[in-house]
Each structure stands twice: as C-alpha cells, then as structure tokens.
Design a protein around this ligand. Structure first.
Ligand SMILES: Nc1ncnc2c1ncn2[C@@H]1O[C@H](COP(=O)(O)OP(=O)(O)O)[C@@H](O)[C@H]1O
Ligand SMILES: [Mg+2]
Length: 147
C-alpha cells in the first residue's frame, strides 16, 4: 500500500480521474495525498525585461497560476476530505511541469504519482502527453496513468 500519493493536476478530465483514483486508494490505505499543480514559467523576451526593470516590476507578475486552477484544487481537496481522507494538501509550484513534479516527488519521498496519460495541451496523434511521458520515465517511484 502507498504511504504518500502525489496527484498531478492540470485541470483536465483525466487529471480529475487521477484525483478520484488517488482518493479511492487513500481511503483504503490511509495514505497522505498531495494534489500538485505546476504553473509554467513563460520566457520573458529581452525587450520586455528592459521594460520590467525600468518600471520596477517583479518578474513574478509574469507567472501564471490560474485562479481557476486554484479553485479546482480546493474543490478536489474538499472532496478528498469528505470522502474520509484525513491527510490532504494542495501544492503550487512554478517551473517546467515534468521536472518539477519529479523533483517534488523525490523531495517528499512520495511512493506513488497518479496522473492522466493526456492533459489539456493535447497534440493530435500523440498517445501519451509529454509531461506524462517524462514523469513516467524519470520518476523515483511508481507512476499510475489514468486513461
Ligand atoms: N502543469 C501541470 N501541473 C500538474 N500536472 C500536470 C501538468 N501538466 C500535465 N499534468 C499531468 O500530466 C497529465 C498528462 O498531461 P500532458 O502530458 O501534459 O498531456 P497533454 O499533452 O495531452 O496535455 C495530466 O493529466 C496531469 O495529470
Ligand atoms: Mg499538457
């Protein structure tokens, strides 16, 4: 049985399915569940960097943690608690999703990552999303892909 399950949420239907799978597992095993979303850092063009410096704007202004995604994670956390999962948390990170997910799993010693095999940035013809592919290849633990 798993002790700490990390669930990767991008707001897609399959990531929701992953969340439900993890909740079901945690109810049986008493595992801790962490729902994590990684906001991509957009590269800032040089011209814009000058502007940011001139206007004393923090580069944080250009990171995109969507309010909608926060609400989605809050909703999932509440659902997990209602289902009887005692230890639930939500985490937001910024960076490259695959690397950030793998590093986080390693740091907290998660023993399972649950995610969708596809997400919201679907490219037609790809059977497995690039985040799913990289995490499944590089993760330090078991990876469950919801389909
Ligand atoms: N930014 C992200 N933060 C957290 N989880 C993510 C993120 N992007 C993708 N995922 C996870 O990876 C799964 C597969 O998505 P992805 O590989 O990006 O496929 P696609 O190319 O179809 O978007 C998603 O269902 C979700 O569980
Ligand atoms: Mg994607």
């Amino acid at each position: 049985m798993f002790k700490h399950i990390l669930v990767a949420i991008d707001g897609s239907d399959l990531s929701m399915k992953a969340a439900d799978l993890a909740i079901g597992q945690a109810r049986l095993s008493g595992a801790k569940v962490t729902f994590i979303h990684v906001a991509r850092k957009f590269p800032i063009p040089d011209a814009l960097k000058d502007y940011i410096q001139a206007e004393h704007l923090g580069s944080d202004d250009f990171y995109d943690i969507d309010d909608a995604v926060r609400q989605v994670l809050d909703g999932i956390r509440d659902r997990a608690k209602e289902a009887g999962v005692a230890r639930v948390e939500t985490v937001f990170r910024e960076g490259k999703p695959s690397r950030t997910l793998v590093d986080y799993a390693r740091n907290v010693k998660a023993d399972c990552i649950v995610m969708g095999c596809r997400g919201i940035t679907e490219i037609e013809g790809m059977l497995l999303g690039s985040v799913a592919h990289k995490v499944a290849s590089l993760a330090p633990c078991t990876v469950i892909l919801a389909r």
